[in-house]
Design a protein around this ligand. Structure first.
Ligand SMILES: Nc1ncnc2c1ncn2[C@@H]1O[C@H](COP(=O)(O)OP(=O)(O)O)[C@@H](O)[C@H]1O
Ligand SMILES: [Mg+2]
Length: 285
């Protein structure tokens, strides 16, 4: 059984990428009983913090179980460890030990790409070959753990990174969270071209690229009109994620385990709807 692979991406920051990954991962693993692996590709480590909490994150970092260390071993050499050894099992503060695993990122991750570039370029590799190399490493990592998961979610950094490129290249589906305003809509056009190319190369059609409206303010007339435009122009989730204090608060780790309702408060049902629609879209029913 091969897991479904999904990248959550947007060139813009602050649009709710990491929040979307955390919500989906928690709802699908706790109530949906799917075995989920989250891979944090962002040096800001937001989803790592959300799902592991600061103490476990520090422990994992101290024991070199991070995405930087996984790639590091290929940049600096040495005896490679299996991908599965880097993964933290059963993360999240949701009660009931949901089958939700995580590969954390750390701020140092931002240097790996630079080091790899310097080293491999000095050995005569060009950028395309580097891309291919990162892509292969990521692909073989997923194959290494494929049997253990139903779903792999990549949380991508804003902007361009080779790791995000690799994730996009191997993902079967792409979710673009976006705030419904003019500037954000412009950003989607640029990014979608890249995503469509990747889908076409694999003989997929572009209906695997989905926009998710986030931070929606019901009484904001700009949000209303922009959301309507997004729905006209793109393949958009029916579920709209509202701007909600409870969603922002859910990002903070709680040492006491909590249910989905306790964690997401009045937004819990939106999180459930999002998870249900996601399942249908990726075919994990
Ligand atoms: N639906 C929402 N309602 C309120 N706050 C949100 C919502 N989604 C995200 N946030 C908050 O907005 C900020 C950016 O969200 P985040 O998921 O980190 O975005 P990104 O990963 O795209 O940079 C965070 O502080 C997060 O808690
Ligand atoms: Mg993020």
């Amino acid at each position: 059984m091969v897991p479904r692979t999904v990248s959550v991406v947007n060139m813009k920051g602050g649009v709710g990428k990491s929040t979307t990954v955390a919500c989906l991962a928690e709802a699908l693993s706790s109530e949906g009983q799917l075995r989920v692996l989250v891979i944090d590709l962002d040096p800001q480590s937001n989803v790592s913090m959300m799902l592991a909490g600061p103490d476990r994150w520090a422990e994992l970092r101290n024991s070199a179980r991070t995405i930087d260390e996984y790639f590091n071993q290929y940049v600096y050499g040495g005896q490679p460890r299996f991908f599965r050894e880097f993964i933290a099992s059963q993360v999240s503060d949701i009660a009931g030990d949901p089958p939700l695993d995580l590969l954390i990122s750390t701020p140092e991750f931002r240097y790996i790409e630079r080091h790899a570039l310097e080293k491999w370029v000095s050995q005569g590799f060009d950028i395309r070959q580097l891309n291919t190399r990162f892509g292969r490493l990521t692909q073989s990592a997923i194959e290494n753990v494929g049997d253990s998961y139903d779903l792999v979610l990549f949380d991508c950094p804003p902007g361009i990174s080779m790791f995000a490129e690799a994730a996009i290249e191997l993902s079967e589906f792409i979710i673009i969270p976006t705030i419904p305003d003019y500037v954000s809509r412009l950003g989607i056009f640029a990014f979608r071209k890249r995503a469509i190319r990747s889908m076409e190369q694999r003989r997929f059609t572009e209906d695997r690229i989905w926009t998710l409206i986030t931070k929606y303010e019901e009484s904001n007339t700009l949000h209303q009109s922009e959301a309507a435009l997004l729905k006209d122009q793109f393949n958009v989730f029916d579920t709209v994620v509202p701007q909600a204090e409870t969603i922002a608060r859910a990002a903070e780790w709680s040492d006491a385990r909590r249910t989905l309702d306790q964690k997401y408060g009045e937004a819990a049902n939106v999180v459930r709807r999002l998870a249900a629609e996601f399942r249908e879209r990726v075919g994990l029913i």
